[in-house]
Write a protein that binds this ligand. Structure first.
Ligand SMILES: [Zn+2]
Ligand SMILES: [Zn+2]
Length: 272
């Protein structure tokens, strides 16, 4: 299914490129970047994007975090260092140009993990956060290596711009961590399709970065909260009909996209 979707998208992208090429020729203006509506990505100014990943996690999560960072670094377009965290676990506020990863007992929120990406006015990702909810990982049902690895991998994948390959919790359709499933064993890592998708969204380079040249520059201080009221309008639902993707408009063209991994058996966010 996702391969069909991938081909369809490629085809429409080719048509768009053809359209732009014609327009570009007529205007004698090079139009290089084609951005589909959900083509979230960081500006790539060199061979690879390299947002540092901030380790704000406790020891129970360290191995899952380092594995996820190494896994995503296997993409020829990503080379992130795993660095000391720069935020507070309980809020997990963003830092410009970085991906901050946190764990904390965020409470009975209904989700195992959430990932937020901030889109700058030009549409590119400027910073990201991933939060793992220890309230559920403290329970026997979710305190398993497979759940921890799959959710850690998926949330960081969102911070690089990826979406889900499959959104049906009642199936185990892929070997990718970018899938909703109730059987996370076998879905602890990215798969070839994820790397191919990254190659597509990072195929174009930019001449300049939208990120501050100095780490002293002040990023938006707002941390994204833990409930739907904090996430903005609904822009996606999973196969079970749960709202799973949100967009919050911060003004001046800045938006925050939040992906939610609900508990498979939860009906929070159900739209009927
Ligand atoms: Zn771009
Ligand atoms: Zn997700």
């Amino acid at each position: 299914m996702h391969h069909l979707k991938g081909r369809w998208r490629s085809k429409s992208t080719i048509l768009k490129i053809a359209g732009f090429a014609t327009a570009a020729t007529m205007l004698a203006t090079p139009v290089l970047a084609v951005h589909s509506w959900n083509n979230y990505h960081w500006k790539r100014t060199t061979t690879q994007i390299s947002p540092p990943v901030g380790d704000n996690v406790t020891t129970a999560w360290d191995s899952y975090l380092s594995t996820a960072v190494s896994d995503w670094n296997r993409s020829s377009y990503i080379q992130s260092s795993l660095t000391a965290g720069q935020t507070t676990r309980s809020t997990c506020g963003p830092k410009a140009g970085r991906i901050e990863v946190c764990n904390y007992a965020y409470g009975q929120t209904g989700w195992l993990g959430i990932a937020s990406i901030w889109l700058a006015a030009d549409g590119h990702i400027s910073q990201g956060t991933s939060k793992m909810n220890d309230t559920y990982y403290a329970t026997a049902q979710y305190n398993t290596p497979a759940w921890r690895a799959a959710v850690m991998c998926q949330e960081i994948g969102h911070d690089y711009g990826l979406a889900h390959q499959d959104e049906d919790f009642n199936t185990d359709a892929t070997n990718s961590c970018m899938e909703y499933t109730s059987w996370p064993s076998g879905n602890e890592h990215p798969d070839t399709h994820d790397y191919n998708q990254l190659a597509t969204i990072y195929s174009h380079a930019h001449s300049s970065s939208n990120l501050p040249s100095s780490s002293a520059a002040t990023p938006p201080a707002l941390a994204i909260g833990n409930t739907m009221k904090d996430w903005g309008r609904v822009i996606g639902t999973d196969k079970q009909g749960h709202w799973n993707k949100f967009e919050r408009d911060l003004g001046n063209g800045v938006k925050v996209i939040t992906h939610v991994t609900w508990l498979p058996d939860m009906h929070v966010g159900h739209n009927h």
